[in-house]
Design a protein around this ligand. Structure first.
Ligand code: HEM
Length: 182
């Protein structure tokens, strides 16, 4: 079974029930009541109401010290107490993609402190990043987070902090989907 390519299927049934779905920037996507995530392949699939495909890829910007810290504290998805999730597909602008790698890293890490801010919310928030840009998908990234109800307020605080950063000024499409495990 493939463990790097996943389909996120929006449908009428699935293991996660949608509690809210907001298009924060750019075109909305069709409302669905449930989402399921399945191991998949690059073969185009037309399942459910919509399917978004993402790949687990290598790190682009994280240096060794941060990587070691992340590996030491982060939790895996699927913890039984983490009954809430957020699925946030994101696209960044052409201006972002026209920057060089070192300029993008500077904006993410030096100016926006993405990892430093995020790290404060570990291990409570479990996270997974999927890349979609290079496979012709409508979003560049699919982000998935799982947390316990007791950490819901902290998750909102984290999002609020990240969305104020210079990095986010390059986000031109963002759909915020919240879920509860059923
Ligand atoms: C990328 C950490 C929360 C969206 C990254 C990277 C790290 C990181 C280390 C860089 C990966 C690389 O080197 O390629 C964290 C931590 C978080 C967190 C520790 C705490 C929970 C969030 C949240 C969002 C988010 C709440 C928003 C929905 C993204 C996106 C990328 C990314 C879209 C890819 C950016 C790009 O490659 O241009 N995150 N993150 N992260 N994160 Fe976070």
């Amino acid at each position: 079974m493939n463990t790097t390519i996943f389909d996120f299927i929006g449908d009428h049934a699935g293991e996660w029930k949608v509690t809210s779905m907001i298009a924060l920037k750019g075109e909305p996507i069709e409302p669905v009541s449930h989402i399921k995530k399945i191991s998949s392949s690059l073969v185009p699939s037309n399942k459910g109401i919509w399917t978004l495909k993402g790949i687990v890829s290598n790190l682009r910007y994280t240096e060794k010290e941060d990587k070691d810290n992340l590996v030491a504290i982060q939790e895996d998805l699927g913890r039984s107490e983490a009954t809430l999730a957020a699925f946030i597909p994101i696209r960044k602008s052409e201006a972002w993609w026209n920057l060089a790698q070192d300029e993008r890293r500077k904006i993410m890490e030096n100016k926006s402190q993405h990892t430093q801010t995020g790290m404060k919310y570990l291990p409570a928030i479990a996270r997974k990043l999927f890349h979609s840009r290079d496979i012709g998908e409508p979003f560049d990234f699919l982000t998935w987070f799982e947390y316990a109800p007791a950490d819901a307020a902290a998750f909102e605080e984290l999002l609020e902090a990240l969305r104020k950063t210079e990095e986010w000024s390059y986000v031109d499409r963002e759909i915020d989907i919240r879920l509860v495990r059923i």
